[in-house]
Design a protein around this ligand. Structure first.
Ligand code: UFG
Length: 346
Protein backbone atom coordinates (compact mmCIF):
# COMPACT_ATOMS: atom_id res chain seq x y z
CA UNK A 1 0.00 0.00 0.00
CA UNK A 2 1.44 3.36 -1.00
CA UNK A 3 0.93 6.18 1.45
CA UNK A 4 -0.72 9.21 -0.09
CA UNK A 5 0.69 11.74 2.32
CA UNK A 6 3.42 14.32 2.38
CA UNK A 7 5.40 14.37 5.62
CA UNK A 8 7.91 16.93 6.85
CA UNK A 9 10.60 15.28 8.93
CA UNK A 10 12.66 17.75 10.95
CA UNK A 11 16.06 16.46 12.00
CA UNK A 12 15.95 13.92 9.17
CA UNK A 13 19.74 13.86 8.90
CA UNK A 14 20.07 12.64 12.47
CA UNK A 15 20.07 9.14 13.90
CA UNK A 16 16.37 8.70 14.65
CA UNK A 17 15.03 11.15 12.06
CA UNK A 18 16.89 9.45 9.21
CA UNK A 19 15.35 6.11 10.16
CA UNK A 20 11.93 7.79 10.07
CA UNK A 21 12.56 9.19 6.59
CA UNK A 22 13.65 5.79 5.34
CA UNK A 23 10.56 4.07 6.72
CA UNK A 24 8.20 6.69 5.30
CA UNK A 25 9.84 6.48 1.87
CA UNK A 26 9.62 2.69 1.94
CA UNK A 27 5.92 3.03 2.78
CA UNK A 28 5.48 5.19 -0.30
CA UNK A 29 5.08 8.60 1.34
CA UNK A 30 6.56 11.85 0.06
CA UNK A 31 9.06 13.30 2.49
CA UNK A 32 10.53 16.74 2.88
CA UNK A 33 13.40 16.74 5.29
CA UNK A 34 14.56 19.84 7.14
CA UNK A 35 17.80 19.83 9.09
CA UNK A 36 20.18 22.63 10.04
CA UNK A 37 23.06 20.11 9.82
CA UNK A 38 24.49 21.19 13.18
CA UNK A 39 24.51 17.53 14.23
CA UNK A 40 23.12 15.79 11.15
CA UNK A 41 25.02 13.69 8.61
CA UNK A 42 25.07 14.47 4.91
CA UNK A 43 25.93 10.79 4.35
CA UNK A 44 22.47 9.88 5.63
CA UNK A 45 20.81 12.45 3.35
CA UNK A 46 22.69 11.10 0.31
CA UNK A 47 21.45 7.59 1.04
CA UNK A 48 17.90 8.76 1.61
CA UNK A 49 17.94 10.79 -1.61
CA UNK A 50 18.97 7.69 -3.51
CA UNK A 51 16.14 5.72 -1.93
CA UNK A 52 13.46 8.39 -2.28
CA UNK A 53 14.29 9.82 -5.71
CA UNK A 54 11.53 12.30 -6.63
CA UNK A 55 9.57 11.58 -3.44
CA UNK A 56 12.35 13.03 -1.28
CA UNK A 57 13.40 16.65 -0.83
CA UNK A 58 16.00 18.04 1.53
CA UNK A 59 16.37 21.63 2.72
CA UNK A 60 19.09 22.89 5.01
CA UNK A 61 17.15 25.13 7.36
CA UNK A 62 16.76 25.62 11.06
CA UNK A 63 13.30 24.89 12.42
CA UNK A 64 13.45 28.43 13.78
CA UNK A 65 13.50 29.80 10.22
CA UNK A 66 9.74 30.21 10.14
CA UNK A 67 9.48 31.82 6.70
CA UNK A 68 11.49 29.12 4.92
CA UNK A 69 9.77 26.31 6.78
CA UNK A 70 6.30 27.75 6.05
CA UNK A 71 7.17 28.00 2.37
CA UNK A 72 8.32 24.36 2.30
CA UNK A 73 5.18 23.23 4.09
CA UNK A 74 3.01 24.99 1.52
CA UNK A 75 5.08 24.01 -1.53
CA UNK A 76 5.07 20.34 -0.55
CA UNK A 77 1.46 20.38 0.71
CA UNK A 78 2.61 18.79 3.94
CA UNK A 79 -0.09 17.06 5.96
CA UNK A 80 2.02 15.74 8.82
CA UNK A 81 5.09 17.01 10.64
CA UNK A 82 7.30 14.52 12.44
CA UNK A 83 9.50 16.65 14.60
CA UNK A 84 12.85 15.12 15.63
CA UNK A 85 15.24 18.05 15.33
CA UNK A 86 16.69 18.69 18.78
CA UNK A 87 19.83 18.72 20.85
CA UNK A 88 19.76 15.61 23.02
CA UNK A 89 22.69 15.38 25.39
CA UNK A 90 21.77 15.64 29.03
CA UNK A 91 25.21 16.72 30.27
CA UNK A 92 25.54 19.37 27.58
CA UNK A 93 22.09 20.72 28.48
CA UNK A 94 23.24 21.31 32.04
CA UNK A 95 26.26 23.31 30.79
CA UNK A 96 24.40 25.19 28.06
CA UNK A 97 20.75 25.43 29.12
CA UNK A 98 19.93 28.43 26.95
CA UNK A 99 21.18 26.68 23.83
CA UNK A 100 18.78 23.86 24.65
CA UNK A 101 15.83 26.15 25.30
CA UNK A 102 16.56 28.07 22.10
CA UNK A 103 16.81 24.97 19.92
CA UNK A 104 14.40 22.57 21.53
CA UNK A 105 11.76 24.95 22.85
CA UNK A 106 11.90 28.36 21.14
CA UNK A 107 12.54 26.71 17.77
CA UNK A 108 9.24 24.90 18.10
CA UNK A 109 7.36 28.19 18.56
CA UNK A 110 8.49 29.10 15.04
CA UNK A 111 7.80 25.63 13.71
CA UNK A 112 4.25 25.68 15.08
CA UNK A 113 3.65 29.15 13.68
CA UNK A 114 4.73 27.86 10.30
CA UNK A 115 2.49 24.81 10.76
CA UNK A 116 -0.40 27.09 11.68
CA UNK A 117 0.13 29.25 8.61
CA UNK A 118 0.26 26.18 6.35
CA UNK A 119 -2.65 24.51 8.17
CA UNK A 120 -0.77 21.32 8.92
CA UNK A 121 -3.20 19.03 10.70
CA UNK A 122 -1.02 16.37 12.34
CA UNK A 123 2.12 16.74 14.45
CA UNK A 124 4.17 13.90 15.95
CA UNK A 125 6.62 15.11 18.56
CA UNK A 126 9.70 13.30 19.76
CA UNK A 127 9.55 13.71 23.53
CA UNK A 128 11.52 11.82 26.13
CA UNK A 129 11.34 9.84 29.32
CA UNK A 130 13.66 12.56 30.66
CA UNK A 131 10.46 14.58 31.19
CA UNK A 132 9.71 12.24 34.13
CA UNK A 133 12.92 13.09 35.98
CA UNK A 134 13.51 10.57 38.76
CA UNK A 135 10.26 8.65 39.17
CA UNK A 136 9.49 7.19 42.58
CA UNK A 137 9.53 3.38 42.95
CA UNK A 138 5.75 3.17 42.70
CA UNK A 139 6.04 4.61 39.16
CA UNK A 140 8.64 2.17 37.80
CA UNK A 141 7.90 0.67 35.27
CA UNK A 142 6.88 4.14 34.15
CA UNK A 143 3.33 4.75 32.92
CA UNK A 144 2.26 7.90 31.08
CA UNK A 145 0.49 9.28 34.14
CA UNK A 146 3.75 9.34 36.11
CA UNK A 147 4.29 12.96 37.22
CA UNK A 148 6.53 14.87 34.82
CA UNK A 149 9.29 16.58 36.78
CA UNK A 150 12.46 16.83 34.70
CA UNK A 151 15.79 17.09 36.51
CA UNK A 152 17.79 18.60 33.66
CA UNK A 153 17.32 21.34 31.02
CA UNK A 154 17.08 18.75 28.23
CA UNK A 155 14.02 17.13 29.81
CA UNK A 156 12.56 20.54 30.67
CA UNK A 157 13.08 21.84 27.12
CA UNK A 158 10.99 18.92 25.81
CA UNK A 159 8.33 19.19 28.50
CA UNK A 160 7.78 22.84 27.57
CA UNK A 161 7.01 21.70 24.03
CA UNK A 162 4.45 19.18 25.28
CA UNK A 163 2.77 22.02 27.14
CA UNK A 164 2.97 24.33 24.15
CA UNK A 165 1.38 21.70 21.90
CA UNK A 166 -1.46 21.32 24.34
CA UNK A 167 -2.15 25.07 24.43
CA UNK A 168 -1.80 25.36 20.66
CA UNK A 169 -4.22 22.45 20.14
CA UNK A 170 -6.72 24.13 22.50
CA UNK A 171 -6.55 27.36 20.53
CA UNK A 172 -6.92 25.56 17.20
CA UNK A 173 -9.94 23.64 18.49
CA UNK A 174 -11.51 26.89 19.68
CA UNK A 175 -11.06 28.35 16.20
CA UNK A 176 -12.69 25.24 14.75
CA UNK A 177 -9.47 24.20 12.99
CA UNK A 178 -8.29 20.62 12.82
CA UNK A 179 -5.06 19.89 14.66
CA UNK A 180 -3.99 16.70 16.34
CA UNK A 181 -0.72 15.77 17.94
CA UNK A 182 1.15 13.03 19.73
CA UNK A 183 4.00 13.31 22.21
CA UNK A 184 6.06 10.13 22.13
CA UNK A 185 8.28 9.74 25.16
CA UNK A 186 11.27 7.67 24.18
CA UNK A 187 13.36 5.58 26.48
CA UNK A 188 16.88 4.64 25.29
CA UNK A 189 16.88 4.30 21.53
CA UNK A 190 19.36 1.76 20.19
CA UNK A 191 20.34 -0.35 17.21
CA UNK A 192 20.44 0.42 13.51
CA UNK A 193 18.50 -0.18 10.32
CA UNK A 194 18.83 -3.92 9.69
CA UNK A 195 19.17 -3.44 5.94
CA UNK A 196 22.51 -1.75 6.63
CA UNK A 197 21.77 1.57 4.93
CA UNK A 198 21.55 3.79 8.03
CA UNK A 199 23.03 3.84 11.49
CA UNK A 200 24.17 5.95 14.39
CA UNK A 201 26.90 8.53 13.89
CA UNK A 202 27.34 10.97 16.76
CA UNK A 203 30.37 13.10 17.40
CA UNK A 204 31.16 12.98 20.23
CA UNK A 205 29.50 9.66 21.08
CA UNK A 206 28.31 9.38 24.68
CA UNK A 207 25.59 6.71 24.56
CA UNK A 208 26.35 3.44 26.24
CA UNK A 209 25.84 0.88 23.46
CA UNK A 210 27.87 2.72 20.77
CA UNK A 211 30.57 3.56 23.31
CA UNK A 212 30.92 -0.10 24.30
CA UNK A 213 30.92 -1.18 20.65
CA UNK A 214 33.67 1.34 19.92
CA UNK A 215 35.67 -0.29 22.69
CA UNK A 216 35.12 -3.68 21.03
CA UNK A 217 36.35 -2.18 17.76
CA UNK A 218 39.50 -0.94 19.48
CA UNK A 219 38.54 2.69 18.88
CA UNK A 220 38.58 3.31 22.65
CA UNK A 221 40.83 1.93 25.33
CA UNK A 222 37.87 0.41 27.12
CA UNK A 223 34.69 1.45 28.87
CA UNK A 224 34.01 2.93 32.24
CA UNK A 225 30.89 2.13 34.24
CA UNK A 226 29.49 5.32 35.75
CA UNK A 227 28.53 4.17 39.23
CA UNK A 228 28.36 0.67 40.70
CA UNK A 229 26.59 1.48 43.96
CA UNK A 230 23.06 2.14 42.71
CA UNK A 231 20.12 0.40 44.40
CA UNK A 232 19.75 -2.05 41.50
CA UNK A 233 20.43 -5.83 41.35
CA UNK A 234 24.06 -5.45 40.17
CA UNK A 235 24.63 -1.87 41.36
CA UNK A 236 24.63 -0.31 37.88
CA UNK A 237 21.93 1.80 36.20
CA UNK A 238 19.02 0.10 34.48
CA UNK A 239 17.58 1.38 31.20
CA UNK A 240 15.00 0.32 28.60
CA UNK A 241 16.65 -0.06 25.17
CA UNK A 242 14.17 0.15 22.30
CA UNK A 243 15.23 -0.63 18.74
CA UNK A 244 15.15 2.40 16.44
CA UNK A 245 13.08 0.56 13.80
CA UNK A 246 10.44 -0.35 16.37
CA UNK A 247 10.44 3.21 17.62
CA UNK A 248 9.76 4.51 14.11
CA UNK A 249 7.12 1.86 13.56
CA UNK A 250 5.29 3.34 16.55
CA UNK A 251 5.50 6.82 14.95
CA UNK A 252 3.89 5.54 11.78
CA UNK A 253 1.12 3.77 13.72
CA UNK A 254 0.47 6.92 15.72
CA UNK A 255 0.47 9.10 12.62
CA UNK A 256 -2.24 6.90 11.08
CA UNK A 257 -4.25 6.86 14.30
CA UNK A 258 -4.40 10.64 14.74
CA UNK A 259 -7.89 11.99 14.10
CA UNK A 260 -8.95 15.63 14.11
CA UNK A 261 -8.31 17.26 17.48
CA UNK A 262 -6.85 14.08 18.93
CA UNK A 263 -3.98 14.26 21.41
CA UNK A 264 -2.02 11.22 22.36
CA UNK A 265 0.85 10.49 24.75
CA UNK A 266 2.79 7.27 24.73
CA UNK A 267 5.87 5.85 26.34
CA UNK A 268 8.01 4.01 23.83
CA UNK A 269 10.12 1.27 25.30
CA UNK A 270 10.20 -2.50 25.41
CA UNK A 271 9.06 -2.60 29.02
CA UNK A 272 12.16 -4.32 30.34
CA UNK A 273 15.31 -2.84 31.80
CA UNK A 274 18.93 -3.91 31.37
CA UNK A 275 21.79 -2.83 33.57
CA UNK A 276 25.01 -1.25 32.33
CA UNK A 277 26.83 -4.48 33.19
CA UNK A 278 24.31 -6.53 31.23
CA UNK A 279 24.88 -4.30 28.21
CA UNK A 280 28.64 -4.68 28.44
CA UNK A 281 28.33 -8.46 28.78
CA UNK A 282 25.98 -8.59 25.80
CA UNK A 283 28.38 -6.56 23.64
CA UNK A 284 31.23 -8.91 24.59
CA UNK A 285 29.01 -11.90 23.76
CA UNK A 286 27.77 -10.53 20.42
CA UNK A 287 31.15 -9.27 19.20
CA UNK A 288 33.30 -12.01 20.72
CA UNK A 289 35.76 -9.29 21.75
CA UNK A 290 37.09 -8.75 25.24
CA UNK A 291 38.06 -5.24 26.33
CA UNK A 292 38.90 -3.40 29.51
CA UNK A 293 35.99 -2.46 31.77
CA UNK A 294 36.65 0.11 34.50
CA UNK A 295 34.47 1.38 37.29
CA UNK A 296 34.06 5.08 37.96
CA UNK A 297 31.98 7.62 39.82
CA UNK A 298 28.29 8.13 39.22
CA UNK A 299 27.49 10.51 36.36
CA UNK A 300 25.46 13.46 37.71
CA UNK A 301 21.78 13.36 36.79
CA UNK A 302 21.53 9.61 36.11
CA UNK A 303 18.40 8.07 37.68
CA UNK A 304 19.01 4.47 38.89
CA UNK A 305 16.14 2.76 37.05
CA UNK A 306 14.16 3.88 34.03
CA UNK A 307 11.99 1.53 32.07
CA UNK A 308 8.65 1.90 30.42
CA UNK A 309 5.27 0.51 31.11
CA UNK A 310 4.27 0.24 27.43
CA UNK A 311 0.71 -1.00 28.10
CA UNK A 312 -1.07 2.14 26.88
CA UNK A 313 0.15 2.04 23.29
CA UNK A 314 -0.29 -1.73 23.27
CA UNK A 315 -3.93 -1.43 24.30
CA UNK A 316 -4.85 1.59 22.21
CA UNK A 317 -2.91 0.94 19.01
CA UNK A 318 -1.87 -2.69 19.33
CA UNK A 319 1.77 -1.62 19.03
CA UNK A 320 4.52 -3.36 20.86
CA UNK A 321 8.25 -3.61 20.28
CA UNK A 322 9.05 -6.58 18.04
CA UNK A 323 12.81 -6.67 18.62
CA UNK A 324 13.13 -7.37 22.32
CA UNK A 325 16.12 -9.67 22.33
CA UNK A 326 19.06 -7.65 23.65
CA UNK A 327 21.61 -9.52 21.52
CA UNK A 328 19.58 -8.75 18.40
CA UNK A 329 19.36 -5.05 19.27
CA UNK A 330 23.09 -4.89 19.92
CA UNK A 331 23.82 -7.11 16.90
CA UNK A 332 22.18 -4.58 14.56
CA UNK A 333 24.30 -1.76 16.05
CA UNK A 334 27.40 -3.95 15.81
CA UNK A 335 26.76 -4.69 12.11
CA UNK A 336 26.54 -0.96 11.41
CA UNK A 337 29.64 0.07 13.39
CA UNK A 338 31.69 -2.84 12.05
CA UNK A 339 30.86 -1.84 8.48
CA UNK A 340 31.25 1.91 9.21
CA UNK A 341 33.87 2.34 11.92
CA UNK A 342 34.08 6.02 11.03
CA UNK A 343 30.34 6.54 10.61
CA UNK A 344 29.03 7.76 7.26
CA UNK A 345 32.53 8.91 6.35
CA UNK A 346 33.54 5.29 5.85
N1 UFG B 1 27.07 4.81 30.91
C1 UFG B 1 28.24 4.29 31.45
N2 UFG B 1 29.40 4.49 30.75
C2 UFG B 1 29.45 5.17 29.56
C3 UFG B 1 28.25 5.69 29.03
C4 UFG B 1 27.08 5.50 29.74
O1 UFG B 1 28.24 3.67 32.51
O2 UFG B 1 30.55 5.32 28.99
C5 UFG B 1 25.82 4.59 31.64
C6 UFG B 1 25.13 5.86 32.05
O3 UFG B 1 25.65 6.35 33.23
C7 UFG B 1 23.67 5.40 32.14
C8 UFG B 1 23.57 4.31 31.07
O4 UFG B 1 24.91 3.94 30.79
O5 UFG B 1 23.45 4.82 33.39
C9 UFG B 1 22.92 4.78 29.80
O6 UFG B 1 23.54 6.01 29.42
P1 UFG B 1 23.29 6.71 28.00
O7 UFG B 1 24.14 7.93 27.99
O8 UFG B 1 23.44 5.74 26.91
O9 UFG B 1 21.76 7.09 28.03
P2 UFG B 1 20.94 7.93 29.11
O10 UFG B 1 20.09 6.93 29.83
O11 UFG B 1 21.74 8.83 29.94
O12 UFG B 1 20.15 8.90 28.15
C10 UFG B 1 19.09 8.50 27.39
C11 UFG B 1 19.00 9.33 26.12
C12 UFG B 1 18.71 10.77 26.46
C13 UFG B 1 17.50 10.82 27.33
C14 UFG B 1 17.69 9.98 28.54
C15 UFG B 1 16.48 9.95 29.43
O13 UFG B 1 20.20 9.22 25.42
O14 UFG B 1 18.49 11.49 25.28
O15 UFG B 1 17.96 8.65 28.17
O16 UFG B 1 16.87 9.63 30.72
F1 UFG B 1 17.25 12.07 27.73
Amino acid sequence: MSLDVSVMVTGGAGYIGSHAVQRLLRDGARVVCVDNMSRGCMGAIDRLAELGKDRFAFAEHDIGDRVSVARLLADHRVGVIMHFAALAMVGESVDEPLTYYRNNTAGVVELLEAADEARVERFVFSSTCATYGEPSDEHVPIPEHCPQAPINPYGASKLHVERMLSDFADAKAKRGEAFSYAALRYFNVAGADRTGVLGEDHDPETHLIPVVIQAALGKRDGVKIFGTDYPTPDGTCVRDYVHVEDLIDAHVEVMHALRANDRRFYNLGIGKGYSVREIIDAVQRVTGVDFAVGEGERRPGDPPRLFADPTKIQQELNWRASITDLDEIIGSAWNWFRAHPNGYEG
